[in-house]
Design a protein around this ligand. Sequence first.
Ligand SMILES: NC(=O)c1ccc[n+]([C@@H]2O[C@H](COP(=O)([O-])OP(=O)(O)OC[C@H]3O[C@@H](n4cnc5c(N)ncnc54)[C@H](O)[C@@H]3O)[C@@H](O)[C@H]2O)c1
Length: 332
Amino acid sequence: VLEAVGTPPDIAGVVSGSLIDANLAGMDSHGVIRIPRYVGYVRSGKVLPAARASVVSRSGATAKVDGAWGWGQPAAYLGLECALELASENGVGCATVARCNHIGRLGQYLERIAEANMVGMAMCNSIPAVAPFGGSTRVLGTNPIAFSAPRGESVPPIVVDFATAASAEGKLLMARAKGERLPRGVLLNIEGQPSTDPQDFYTGGALLTFGQHKGYGLSIIVEAIAGLLSGAGASCLPEYDGGNGTLFVAFDIGSFVPLDRFISQCEAMCAAIQASPPAPGFTDVVLPGGPEAEARKRRSTEGIPLPAQVWDEIKTTAEQAGVAADSFAAVL
Ligand SMILES: NC(=O)c1ccc[n+]([C@@H]2O[C@H](COP(=O)([O-])OP(=O)(O)OC[C@H]3O[C@@H](n4cnc5c(N)ncnc54)[C@H](O)[C@@H]3O)[C@@H](O)[C@H]2O)c1
């Protein structure tokens, strides 16, 4: 479908790979549900499907990437590779990406940093969708923030990856598609009143930040670091470029402490944390990154369940792009 709307095959592979991997990791909000919206971005001119990102400058341990308003994921992967390379040369590597469309789930990049045996950090801002703590209208992006640390070879890395909003917007999309209500404390309607109806977001409501003033504080700092430092701008200002202003930082562990000591201490830390007896209502203590690794193992063999409405919308989008739905329905 992405190729049918003008994406070169190599880029289409990166973007579709990112969406499918999000589904495999159990993060359906960032999976193939996005296909109709992504095709819409091409039709409206927001995404230039054949544009290629490039490194515009490198200085010391830093690099700047221009996404050229092509697909966000390849631009983000270029920024990530710069950060990794700079970290191997300098001990720490930092790259920003601007003029960059939706980069998807941050965890995919953080997993790659952990695979390179480095410690990682990433964040990005996004279009205003979230009220500030104490406010009622959209002035902040959902502004995810993510970190990763490698563990031993046969265990998944620690990956902490979430929106500073009480929910990623994609989860509202999923809830709406399934006809589900939201928990309280996630959303205000257009009148600024608490709501549990995901549709209220799409008629002018605002998400809240998680953890009251804490998520709010983190969200502001994502605007300052990922938005302003990348040159994308803060999402509440007229200069904001409208994309995911993104920052990646990679730390080469060996430049700080011996890698094997870090890994063994990280394992000991995880074991100590997981030794805590489960609280009432829990069966075990889960580590961040664990749920995604579990889902990937299960869904790689069992497949990815999709709500019928999502599948129908993908089929309609495919047909409108000139791809016969029966040419891919066979994979079901
Ligand atoms: N590109 C963008 O513009 C954009 C904007 C917002 C969010 N996002 C992405 O949306 C995705 C979803 O965000 P979210 O806020 O809904 O995330 P979430 O609330 O689902 O939290 C996910 C994180 O929590 C961890 N986790 C889940 N259950 C756990 C448990 N029981 N114990 C310990 N850790 C646990 C996961 O391993 C993961 O690190 C993220 O991947 C984020 O990067 C992207």
